[in-house]
Each structure stands twice: as structure tokens, then as C-alpha cells.
Design a protein around this ligand. Structure first.
Ligand code: C2O
Length: 547
């Protein structure tokens, strides 16, 4: 492979959307940020220089980072933040992945404005397992707040309630025609009749799962999270924060009327009971000859699933299957060395003395896995682990099971308080791991897009209600389950994931709804080094920031 060099300068730039101008933290002045473009097998070297007051780190979401955990990026997990005036070089090789991933800031809520695509082309001589597209375009969903997003989350953390919802969703940074002052700020895609286009869909929104559809067109899903799937056609796509989905769009071969414009739109899929941004972002699909047309536009609007269409969501995720061909096999672990059962959900903690809390009945919102609200340390976990200095930084007693007998349909235990702590789970190198992730209804059922760093896991099973360890495994798909880095734990249900712990390091696992991460729905794994010389983590780079 080649080596691709990038320099990311983190700078403030004034950006205007919805008639509001605010200084935005950007990469190289761009919003959304620049694309990283590489081929499978390439080394990517990104020098990140921080010119703003806030501490920054960048995470390469979905990149496996095989034996390069130092380049993963979550603040206080694999590195201390890059401080004002400092630089850090992220250096990693793309192995066994091709398709679309993305990068984003991984500290506080800075990813609201610091994000961009990672485009991974197949190796030079490699053939696509689907029609080679004529052209391609990223479709990057984001969320825009008129207010400063750091203030939004800091206020919520102080008053214990939910954060203010966003003012708009965006496609490639543009809200589109359904919002104030945004007719000009609309993403446009021009296509030629009969040609096939690859849309690289990325959900970079902070707190919302999204449905996406294009008027009068179906799309074919071909890849998720930079791994091929068995192609299937669909009228709409469900995409959770953190996920990426590549679809083929075939432009109609008989050109539509000259003045036709087809809206592509996204709006949320809602499972929780809290407030949410109930607005719709849209872009325009136009056929190439349209620019010469002088007649008034004829606009077609897509039909999107209803806000709470869980049946669509379930069917969509059940259609996802690994390609599982001899060329692209699915290495599903057939046996399990370590079994885990983690609950994921919200909790309500008492309001700290002297504070007024805006959660239900004056409580403070929290979120947890196995009832532990994860607390980030003030130094980086990976350094503490590597240098054997875990004392006072973290403990290795993250529980294998929840501390209460969990029953989704029954009465919640009378104590829904979470325990705030920094607890990690250690696993040996190369062990096969199964984790059942069970949504809890302690505050209310809600779907949680769970993301694991450093790995792609197989989603071997999913269901509604309580996971049944006797009957449910009988229905697991161990042949062609989808493989990905972020999976939606269904609202009031469970998913089972499997992976082989073949990548040493400290790996974050968390809900990719940013407010849930802020509330503590996160934990970390320690994967030990293996015995063979190429099975251990190399020492940290010399420019790794200090805390
Ligand atoms: Cu996309 Cu831990 O993040």
C-alpha cells in the first residue's frame, strides 16, 4: 500500500446556518471536515495541530487499529487530549476494510462540528462484488445547534436534565429547504439517466437515529461499516449514529420530465420518551439535463417510515447479512470462550446536595451498563495499562452480569441508582467473546446504538423483550450474520454480538447517542498482549500528549 499524509489544523471559523452565525471549531476551516481518502492496505498519517482553546482528540471511527491502539483517539481512553498549540500524529494502516467509515472529535461534544468521511477504496486490482458505480457522493448527516454545543451539554450536566435538542439536521452540513433561510443551503446531487451512483451514507448526528429515503427511487444496500453485505433493495434506510451504509442508486434510464426534482430526506426514528428534534433535512436529486429547463420545478417528496416505525426498523436490520463468499468470508466465532450479559439503559440518581435537578421528580439523569455509570479518569487508560500504573486510575472489576435480576416486563428494582466508577473488563488475547446487550426499561425502553472500538463484531442474534439464554441461542445466525462496529440494541429488546479479541489494547465501548455517553453509558475492555512477537502492542509514539 501507499502512505497518505494529511494535516488537520483545528481552527475557529465563522459559519452561518439558519441565519445564525457562530464561531465553529473546524478542521482546516471546513464544515463538515475534509475526507480522508485511501485504499485498503494503505498507511494513513494525519498530523493534528490544535489552534483552539479547547482540548481536542480525533477518533477514526470503525478503523480496526490493529496493534495501533495509540492512534484510536478517544480522550482519556487511549490518549490524553491534544492541548492548545500541540500536535499529535495519528498513524495507522487500513487492514481488511473497504467502503465508508468516518472520523470525528472524541472529547465532550466537539464531534458536533468536527467530523468527516473516511473513504476506503478496494485494493488496486480488486473487483467490486457489485456494479461499479459511475460516480460517488458522501451523504453525511449531522445536527446543527444555533447555540454553542459545549454550552448545551455543560448546562445539561449541571442541571441533571436533558440537553436542548438541535435546531436542524443536515446533509453534508446543509439543512435544506424545510428550514428557515436554508433554500440556498441545500445539498444537490446531479445524475445522468441510466448511470449507477454510490452513496456513502454516514450518520454523524449526535442523538438521533435516522430514516432516509429518496423520492421515486429505491436504493440497493451493499456495505455497512466498511464491510460488504448481501445486496438488497429498499425504499428507506435506517441508520444509527456511528453507522455507515453504502447504497447504490440507479438513475432512471428513461429521463424524467425536464423540470423534475426528487427530494432525498432524513428524519428521526424515535423510541425514547424524551424530547427530540422533530424536523426533516432534505437534499435534491436532479437529472443532468435539468439545469437547461426554464419551467417551474416539479418536486417529488419521499415517503419516510413513521417516527416510531419499529416494525420497519426491525425488518431492515434483519435484512443485513454478511456477503460471506469464499473471497469475503465471514469468520464468525463458532464457539465462545467468555460469555457476558450487559444491560444498557438509563437510570435516575439523587440530585447532589445544593443543586436543583431537572430530571423526573427532581432527580438527575444517568445512564449505565450493568448499572455502572462509567467515569473517565484524568489520565489515559491505555497509558496506565501499558506502563502498569492502573492504581488509582481504574479497576478490573466490571461485572459479567447485571447486579440485579433483570426483567424487562416486570417491575423495575426499587433502586435504579447507578454506581459511578471506572471499571474495565480484562480478556485474554484471542479469546472469543459473546456479549448479550439488553435494553432496560428502568426509565423507559429506548434503542441504543452500541459502538465498540478496535473491532468489527458479528451480530449473531436479536430479539424483543428479555433475552432467554436457553432458547434464544438456538436461533443465532452463525453463518452470515452482519459484521459491524455499531449496532442498535432494539428498544425493549436485546442483541447478541461475537468477536475474537485479537487486537491488544484498551477499547472503549459506548452508546453512540452522545447524551447517553455523557451520562455514563460506556465501559472499556482491556485486551492483553498475545505471546507471539507480532501479537503485542508496540510502545507509544514519542509525541503522545501528556495529561
Ligand atoms: Cu464514533 Cu467512541 O466513537
Amino acid at each position: 500500500g501507499e502512505t497518505r499524509h494529511y494535516h488537520f489544523h483545528i481552527r475557529l471559523n465563522n459559519i452561518t446556518r439558519l441565519c445564525h452565525t457562530k464561531p465553529l471549531i473546524t478542521v482546516n476551516g471546513e464544515y463538515p471536515g475534509p475526507a480522508i481518502i485511501a485504499r485498503e492496505g494503505d498507511r494513513v498519517v494525519i498530523n493534528v495541530t490544535n489552534h483552539v482553546k479547547d482540548n481536542v482528540t480525533i477518533h477514526w471511527h470503525g478503523i480496526r487499529q490493529i496493534r495501533s491502539a495509540w492512534a484510536d483517539g478517544p480522550a482519556y481512553v487511549t490518549q490524553c487530549p491534544i492541548q492548545t498549540g500541540q500536535s499529535y500524529i495519528y498513524n495507522f494502516t487500513i487492514t481488511g476494510q473497504r467502503g465508508t467509515l468516518w472520523w470525528h472529535a472524541h472529547i465532550s461534544w466537539l464531534r458536533a462540528t468536527l467530523y468527516g468521511p473516511i473513504i476506503i477504496h478496494p485494493k488496486k486490482q480488486a473487483t467490486y462484488p457489485f456494479t461499479k458505480p459511475h460516480q460517488e457522493s458522501p451523504i453525511l448527516f449531522g445536527e446543527w445547534w444555533n447555540a454553542n454545543t459545549e454550552n448545551v451539554i455543560n448546562e445539561a450536566m449541571q442541571n441533571g436534565g436533558g440537553p436542548n435538542v438541535s435546531d436542524a439536521y443536515t446533509i453534508n452540513g446543509l439543512p435544506g429547504p424545510f428550514y428557515n433561510c436554508s433554500t440556498k443551503d441545500t445539498f444537490k446531487l446531479k445524475v445522468i439517466p441510466g448511470k449507477t451512483y454510490l452513496l456513502r451514507i454516514i450518520n454523524a448526528a449526535l442523538n438521533d437515529e435516522l430514516f432516509f429515503a429518496i423520492a421515486n427511487h429505491t436504493v440497493t444496500v451493499v456495505e455497512i461499516d466498511a464491510l460488504y453485505v448481501k445486496p438488497f433493495q429498499t425504499k428507506a434506510v435506517l441508520i444509527s449514529p456511528g453507522q455507515t451504509t453504502n447504497v447504490l442508486l440507479k438513475a432512471k434510464s428513461i429521463p424524467p420530465p425536464l423540470n423534475a426534482r426528487f427530494l432525498m430526506a432524513a428524519r428521526p426514528y424515535v423510541t425514547g420518551s424524551g424530547t427530540f428534534d422533530n424536523s426533516t433535512t432534505a437534499g435534491i436529486l436532479e437529472y443532468a439535463q435539468v439545469s437547461n429547463s426554464s419551467s417551474p420545478a416539479l418536486t417529488f417528496k419521499p415517503t419516510l417510515p413513521a417516527l416510531n416505525d419499529t416494525s420497519f426498523a426491525t425488518k431492515f436490520s434483519q435484512k443485513l447479512r454478511s456477503l460471506a463468499t469464499p473471497q469475503f468470508p465471514a469468520a464468525v466465532p463458532q464457539s465462545v470462550d467468555k460469555h457476558f450479559f450487559f444491560t444498557v439503559g438509563l437510570g435516575l440518581n439523587p440530585c447532589p446536595k445544593g443543586q436543583k435537578c431537572q430530571g423526573p421528580n427532581g432527580t438527575k439523569f444517568a445512564a449505565s451498563m450493568n448499572n455502572i455509570s462509567f467515569v473517565l479518569p484524568s489520565t489515559a487508560l491505555l497509558q496506565a495499562h501499558y506502563f502498569g500504573k492502573s492504581k488509582g486510575v481504574y479497576k478490573l472489576n466490571f461485572p459479567d452480569n447485571p447486579p440485579f435480576s433483570f426483567n424487562y416486563t416486570g417491575t423495575p428494582p426499587n433502586n435504579t441508582r447507578t454506581l459511578n466508577d471506572t471499571r474495565l473488563k480484562v480478556v485474554p488475547f484471542n479469546a472469543t467473546i459473546q456479549v448479550v446487550l439488553q435494553d432496560t426499561s428502568l426509565v423507559g425502553p429506548e434503542s441504543h446504538p452500541l459502538h465498540l472500538h478496535g473491532y468489527d463484531f458479528f451480530v449473531v442474534g436479536q430479539g424483543t423483550g428479555n433475552y432467554n439464554p436457553r432458547s434464544d441461542p438456538k436461533h443465532f445466525n452463525l453463518v452470515d450474520p452482519p459484521q459491524r462496529n455499531t449496532v442498535g440494541v432494539p428498544s425493549g429488546g436485546w442483541v447478541a454480538i461475537r468477536f475474537r479479541a485479537d487486537n491488544p489494547g484498551v477499547w472503549f465501548m459506548h452508546c453512540h447517542l452522545e447524551v447517553h455517553t455523557s451520562w455514563g453509558l460506556k465501559m472499556a475492555w482491556v485486551v492483553l498482549d498475545g505471546n507471539a512477537p507480532n501479537h503485542s502492542l508496540p510502545p507509544p509514539p514519542s509525541d503522545l500528549p501528556a495529561c
